[in-house]
Design a binder for this molecule. Sequence first.
Ligand code: UD1
Ligand code: UDP
Length: 364
Amino acid sequence: MAPLVLHVTGARPNFPKAAPVLEALAAYDVEQLLVHTGQHYDDKMSDIFFRQLGIPKPDVNLGVGSGSHGRQTAAVMSALEELFEERRPDLVVVYGDVNSTVAAALVASKMGITFAHVEAGLRSFDMTMPEEINRLVTDKLSDLLLTTSTDAIGHLGNEGTDPDKIHFVGNPMIDTLLKNKDRFDAEAARAELGLEGPYIVATLHRPGNVDDPADVKELVDAMHAVADQAQVVIPLHPRGRARLEEAGFLDHEGMRVIDPLGYLEFMGLVRGAAAVVTDSGGVQEETTVLGVPCLTLRPNTERPVTITHGTNQLVRRDNLAEKVREVLATGPLTEWDVPPLWDGHAGPRIAQILADSVGAAKRA
Ligand code: UD1
Ligand code: UDP
């Protein structure tokens, strides 16, 4: 019987990372089982990615939904424990740094099931971020650590991780970007939203920006100062939407809040933007490859390679407007660098490592 490889996904950023791995692993003699935990469930936060990226429909949806960290993580753990008992996977694959990731890592590890972490070793060194806790726990327990950048290898080394477990494979989210780039239609995005002239795309969902009312007030003022310079389009994540709206986010000329967009529509909009303001992890990487200036509204990033190689810079609420002015004055970038191995072939590299670990050969 072919070995069983079970993939755990659950939240929006997981899907563009898992897509190329699932595709590349299909070339090997393994059975694949795709699990969706149900952490994200709105069509625009979940199903649309499967349709647009051709990801197979999940074999299992655990339907855990939203909840506090403890409740959500526990719900994923108890459902996965039952599933792993039943299916006895030979290898579990987890992606990124969300609650579904750490929940799967804890269950696999306690059941003695080998598991691989795609996007291992990223560190913001900011323990107020729930993702940093998820990253540390997941990596500590992981049997195969697949990294997107060389700084990640350094972090894992400093933490005493066995070097034989670490593999530098590149960035599968960028595989998805490069594969679909011809489908990112900036003109269609512009026409759909009736945009004229330079515009800025913003995505904001980190607790550090949208949870505390005092932070939200400052954020609203900072974004209004941005809208005074260019139109701002914000496909707003459901987290914090109510709080931002209550604080008058929309009550300013040039501010355009819309629902989250499908991957292709979002990337089309980003591709045509004069700049992006974000607190997303993935968007820092995508703008780096597209050459769109990225202003990251956070005190730190676990993706410093997007600053050293890419188009990213960290900004604060109190200097955001000034940084936007600088970027608009500079105009479109003509030269920028892309980090090593962000080349569209991470999926096949990851698949080879996963297949080797379960002793699977390529299908004839
Ligand atoms: C999660 C991840 C974060 C990631 C983000 C990507 C954790 C701890 N956080 O944050 O790292 O950057 O996803 O988008 O795992 N909601 C909906 N519809 C949905 C999903 C969520 O309305 O389909 C609302 C609910 O009110 C929910 C809130 O968003 O309580 C937060 O969702 P949750 O998955 O807990 O965290 P995110 O903020 O989405
Ligand atoms: N994204 C999208 N539509 C949107 C906003 C983001 O398709 O309206 C995509 C984005 O291109 C990236 C992923 O969602 O591929 C990033 O997810 P998110 O910002 O939610 O999570 P993070 O990367 O911060 O964990």
